[in-house]
Design a binder for this molecule. Structure first.
Ligand code: AMP
Length: 112
């Protein structure tokens, strides 16, 4: 079981900023920007690469909610970044699909 599943199940605490029947958003414990939120599906999907056609609606929901959360966090006007680290070279460390929502400062490109 991943640490994110434990957050979904309420077994470990998190600073939740949004939730609905499909997803949950909470602040990253090790923020890389003034605003750093993780948005995860309640469904256990190990990575973006593991999402299938049956997740079509869910994937769209996550991206639309990411935009809503960014707006609610006040980072829309200046701009923000949504990142989905995928697999080892992609820097994924928790094997439950998650969108990083980062903002509140100018973000570098390309990423490291
Ligand atoms: P990734 O490297 O893309 O898999 O991202 C995993 C993220 O989860 C990292 O940014 C961690 O700081 C974050 N993280 C790990 N454990 C927790 C936790 N218990 N609560 C909040 N964020 C966490």
């Amino acid at each position: 079981m991943t640490i994110f599943k434990k957050i979904i199940d309420g077994e470990i605490p998190a600073e939740i900023v949004y939730q609905d029947e499909h997803c949950l958003a909470f602040r990253d414990v090790n923020p890389q920007a003034p605003v750093h939120i993780l948005l995860i599906p309640r469904k256990e999907i190990t990575s973006m690469a593991a999402a299938g056609p049956e997740d079509h609606t869910l994937m769209g929901h996550l991206f639309l909610k990411a935009a809503e959360i960014a707006r609610a966090e006040g980072i829309e006007a200046n701009g923000y970044r949504v990142v989905v680290n995928t697999g080892q070279a992609g820097g994924q460390t928790v094997h439950h699909l998650h969108l990083h929502i980062l903002g509140g400062r100018a973000l570098m490109w390309p990423p490291g």
